[in-house]
Every structure is written in C-alpha cells, then in structure tokens.
Design a protein around this ligand. Structure first.
Ligand code: BES
Ligand code: ZN
Length: 617
C-alpha cells in the first residue's frame, strides 16, 4: 500500500514538474501579448511597398494556437492604420470580426484586442504603416550611394516590429513567417529568410519564407537598388552596386568565420549566411537578422580591420537567434554570449593578439562607462520597468557579460567550457530563455559537475550586482604596452618613429594610442599629431570618431569641417550620439550642435533622431 502511494506521489510530482516547466509563464513587460491564452505561431505577410507615401500596405495573416477558447487575441502595434480584421476557422474563408484599439502607450505602442470565435484558427489584419514608423527608414534617392533610386529598410529590435506588423511582439513568442512583397520594378527586396534572389530578376514581386521559429524582432526587410556578390559556398553580400566591390573585399573572411564558429559551437543552423551593407544612415553597427545580417557601411575601412562586427553578428546565429533572451531583461544572454563568441571567432581567424587587443578596448570602454552610470544599470539582469528596452543597450550586457563568460572559461578551462557552451546551444535551440533558466542550467551542468571551482554566489554577484567583481578577467596584449611607450615618448616631447608606427600599427593599436592620450591634450599637441598621422582625414570610422571626440574636447578647430561632414554623412547612433553629447557640454558647442543637427536630422533614422533630440533641444 505504502509503495503504491509513493509511486502515485512520484508520478504526480513528475507531471507537476514537467507542467511547471512547459507552462512556465514568462512575464514580458514590453508586450501586451498573452501567449498563455492564445499564441501566434506563424505570420503570412502580403505587402506592397509604396515609396511615394512612405508606407507598407497590405495584410498580416496570423496562425494561432488556442490555449483558452474564450480568450481574445492581444496584439502589439505602433502607429498602424488598421483597415479591418477578419477571422477564419479553416484558413480559407474569412469574415469580419470586432476589435478594440486601446489608448496609446508612449513606450509600448497600442494594444489591439481582437474578438475570436471558439474555432478561429487564423486572423487576418489589413493595415498600413505610418510614414514615421519607428522600425522603418525611408531614404530618398539622394540619401543613397547611387542617388537614383529610393531605399527602405527595417530595424525591429527591440520592440519595433510592431510598427510594421501587428503581432505578439515578444522574444518569448517564436514564429515562422512567409511573405509576398511587391515593390516598384527595378528594385530588389530582401528579407531575413530564404528566397533572397542572387540574380537580378527584378520583377517587383518577391516571396520569402523563414521556416524556423524565430523571435519577431528578427523579421527584417530591405528594398533598394541591390546587387549580390558571392563570398563563399554559403556566404555572400548585398549592397548598392557602387559599394559592392569594396564590401566584398572587406568581408572576404566571412566564410572562414562561419567555419571557425561551427568548429567550436556546432553546426550553423540557418543555411546561408549573407550580409547586406546598408546606406550610412543605418542606426547600428550591425543587426543579426537571420540568414541576412544588416551592416553599417562604416565598417568598410579598406583593410578588414573592423570585421569583428561580422564575427559578432555571425555569432548571434547561435547566441540570440538559436537561443534567445525571453525578455529584454535577459538581453545580456544575447549580447554577452555574442561578444564572448565574437572574440573567440576573432582569435580563431586572426590570432590571439587581435582578440586580446579588442577585449582590452572593450573592457576599457566598459570601465569608463560604468564610472558614470547609476548602479541599477550596472546589473546584467537589469530591471526595465517603465523604460524602453533600447535604453538597456549599454556596454554592460555586452562587455560585462563577455567578461563573466571569459571568467568561467578561465576557471574551468577552455575544453570544459567550450563543450558546456556547445551543449547549452544544442539543448536550448529555437527556445527563448530567461536568466533564471540559464543559471539553473549552468549550475547543473558546469558548477556542480566540477565542484569547488566557481560558486553560485559568485555567479550571482556577476549577474545580479552592480560593478565588476574584483577578480574579473583582465585581457593583456604586449602590443598595447608598446603603444603606451610611444604615448609616453610623445608626451615627453621625444620624436616618434613615425614610419615604423605607420607600417606596424593596426586599427586596434591606433585606437589604444588615441585613448591613452590625456583628455586635455591641448590643440597644439593635437595639431602636432595631426601633422604626423593625418587623423582628421582618417577614412577609418572608429579612428575618426575617436579623433573627433578629442577635437571637441580640445577645441581643435582644424577638425571642424570634418566633424560636420561626419555627422551629416553618418547616422550610426554609437558615433553620432556621443559627438553631439560632447558638443552640448559648452554653450558654443551647443550652438554648433544645433547648426549641424539642422542639416543632419532629416537623414537620420528615427532611433538616432530620438537619441539626438534628447541632447540637442
Ligand atoms: N543586436 C544588436 C543590435 C541591437 C541591439 C539593436 C539592441 C537594437 C537593440 C547587434 O548585434 C549589435 O550588438 N550591434 C553592435 C555591434 C557589435 C559589434 C557590438 C552595434 O550595432 O554597435
Ligand atoms: Zn549583438
């Protein structure tokens, strides 16, 4: 009798645990979706891209999985014009249904509640986007490299997919998607899916399909005068025709990177890996849209020195796209892992010294940023209540996250840690997970299996506390020690061996050199440096950015016109925001900032505009 009861008890407990796991309700404060009641599983898009009106017009047909037959469907939208909504029991015949549009929330957008019938299987929303959709940028021909045809691209992360698709816009609600896209003839549409055309069959009617379940922030589209060039067996690049040669040269190591990553972390899960090099207004460095990374043209330095961005976006094919943060609080799972993987790829393809230099630059930037940051924001597992998730995009999830993982690598040894990470990806493939789930998995599969190396308390300090733990890793490169010697020579007034430096130094060494100089160098010394090394004219965006920051701080007037050209020509937020912020620190600077911004603003993406609006107003 006792044993029977015990068995029943154990059986009950197991079902309970399993249920607790599969039905885990993850609260995403940045979405109105209630996937525990009704869950969208697939989105079929039928779009016409209208450049004159700067809108996408069409429909989104959502397949739904009903957990509660009485529940309504809660959708996320932002600035969408809803024409009508229809429902269907069989996916063939649709009829109108009632819906309610809730009041606008400034951060989250507009919730729409759609009435369903007990047997509804599909919901079709007819809608159009707003010309000021936060997730789209419309470029006039003058804003492109070719100057002849318009361009449009999307950027959905973190919560901008809802500004061009009505859906459950939470990374915890994975979906597959298909799309039919009509564009003006002569323009090519590409998406983060299969169906991208490598030949120039530009009939203005394109079809795409993403058959793997992805978080909605990875849905992406671009339309423009695009051409394709192959880089390798399963890699290639799209860009405007005039940028194609330069792009292909810069990105030539892409295939090698895919091979190197697979060797450590397991097979690439997505088929092709292509890149799209966008016009300079693209607000980010890169975006890991599956099968088709979007990238800024500011990585085209001419010497392949800024391709850690490719390593980064490629790494997201594992950390981010395969295993995804369940909510934006868990963003460090995406970016910390990816920054760590990025450096491993760099080491595999370009050697250890390049990895160490880039890791040192990363840590240095992080320490600077931390020193002026509220404690609450220094936490990996950050609280985002009442905030736009875009505000969580600091160096903390990236560099602190990467240092934490490097710490584990150093403690457990590379072999053990690599096999742990590989298994972590394989066992959570196509899942969205929380920080808690990761910590549990880490504890069960690494900490407890190798006792007395790293404690759970230490892990919690990394994840839940501000600042960097005292024993955080410190990357080391001899090259940087050499650079620091030259800095000292220069400050002591000694002559630098200019030719040798110019021959030997890579971008990373130049960046370290500039960062190691005192902030208040003075414009005379700036002028001396400029004569030696021509920094004002540098065609390397990272070096130019560093130099322009110094030029503002030191009132170095000879760089004035370059600064204006840089700010009007480039819309990458990482460069533009700090430059405007530095200008805005003095009254004369603010005056210049306003003058420049008058010329630059219309060319910026909505994301960059709102970042700069907050400074220059
Ligand atoms: N996924 C991010 C870009 C992103 C994050 C967009 C959050 C919107 C919200 C991408 O992978 C990224 O991290 N890009 C970096 C480049 C990287 C080399 C650090 C960037 O754009 O600067
Ligand atoms: Zn990233």
């Amino acid at each position: 009798m006792k044993t029977v009861l015990l068995i029943i008890f154990i059986l009950l407990m197991t079902t309970f645990i399993v249920n607790a796991q599969t039905n885990e309700i993850v609260e995403d404060i940045h979405s109105y979706a209630k996937p525990q009641l009704v869950k969208v599983t697939h989105v079929d898009l039928d779009w016409t891209v209208l450049f004159e009106q700067k809108i996408i017009k069409g429909s989104a047909t959502l397949s739904i999985d009903r957990k509660d037959k009485n529940a309504v469907l809660n959708l996320d939208t932002r600035d969408l014009k809803i024409e009508r909504i229809e429902i269907s029991d069989n996916g063939k015949s649709f009829k109108s249904t009632k819906f309610v549009i809730a009041p606008v929330d400034n951060i989250l957008g507009t919730e729409i509640l759609v009435g369903l019938m007990p047997n509804t299987k599909k919901v079709r929303v007819y809608y159009s986007t707003s010309p000021k959709a936060s997730g789209l940028q419309w470029l006039s021909p003058e804003q492109t490299a070719g100057k002849k045809m318009p361009f449009m691209f999307s950027q959905a992360q973190a919560i901008h997919a809802r500004s061009f698709i009505p859906l459950q816009d939470s990374p915890n609600v994975r979906i597959t998607y298909t799309a039919r896209v009509r564009t003006p003839k002569g323009l090519l549409a590409v998406m983060s899916a299969s169906g991208n055309s490598q030949t120039v069959a530009r009939n203005g009617d394109y079809r795409f399909s993403m058959t793997k379940p992805i978080p909605p922030y990875l849905i992406a589209i671009a339309v423009g005068d695009l051409k394709f060039k192959s880089l390798g067996k399963r890699t290639g690049v799209y860009s405007e025709p005039s940028m194609l040669k330069k792009s292909a040269y810069e990105l030539a190591d892409t295939e090698k990177m895919v091979v190197a990553t697979e060797k450590i972390y397991g097979n690439y899960a997505w088929g092709r890996y292509d890149l799209l090099v966008l016009p300079p207004s693209f607000p980010f460095g890169g975006m890991e849209n599956p099968m088709l990374t979007f990238a800024t043209p500011t990585i085209l330095a001419g010497d392949r020195s800024l391709v850690s961005l490719v390593a980064h976006e490629l790494a997201h094919s594992w950390s981010g796209n395969l295993v995804t943060n369940a909510t934006w609080r868990d963003f460090w799972l995406n970016e910390g892992f990816t920054t760590y993987l990025e450096r491993r790829i760099i080491e595999a393809v370009y050697g250890k010294n390049r990895r160490e230099m880039e890791a040192m630059l990363g840590k240095q930037n992080l320490l600077e940023e931390l020193s002026g940051m509220p404690e609450a924001d220094q936490i990996l597992h950050v609280k985002l209540e009442g905030r736009d998730p875009d505000e969580g995009m600091t160096g903390v999830p990236y560099e602190k996250g990467a240092l934490f993982l490097r710490y584990l690598e150093e403690k457990f040894g590379r072999a053990k840690f690599d096999s742990f990470v590989k298994k972590y990806f394989a066992s959570h493939a196509f899942q969205s997970i929380t920080t808690e789930t990761f910590v549990e998995y880490l504890n069960a599969n690494l900490l407890e299996k190798n006792p007395n190396i790293v404690s759970l308390d230490e892990v919690n300090e990394w994840i839940e506390k501000a600042g960097l733990p005292k024993n955080a890793p410190s990357p080391q490169s001899d090259s940087f020690a050499q650079v620091e010697k030259q800095v000292k020579y220069f400050l002591d007034g000694k002559a630098l061996s200019v030719q040798k430096i110019q021959k030997d130094w890579t971008t990373q060494e130049w960046l370290h050199f500039l960062k190691a100089l005192p902030e208040n160098l003075g414009s005379t010394k700036m002028e001396g440096l400029d004569k030696l090394f021509n920094f004002t004219k540098s065609g390397n965006s990272e070096i130019a950015f560093q130099w322009l920051m110094m030029s503002i701080k030191n009132s170095y007037k000879a760089a004035d016109s370059r600064l204006e050209e840089f700010l009007v020509g480039i819309g990458r937020r990482k460069f533009v925001r700090p430059l405007f912020a530095e200008l805005a620190k003095t009254p004369e600077g603010m005056k210049r900032a306003k003058e420049i911004y008058t010329k630059a603003r219309s060319g910026y993406h909505p994301i960059t505009q709102s970042a700069v609006d907050a400074i220059v107003k």
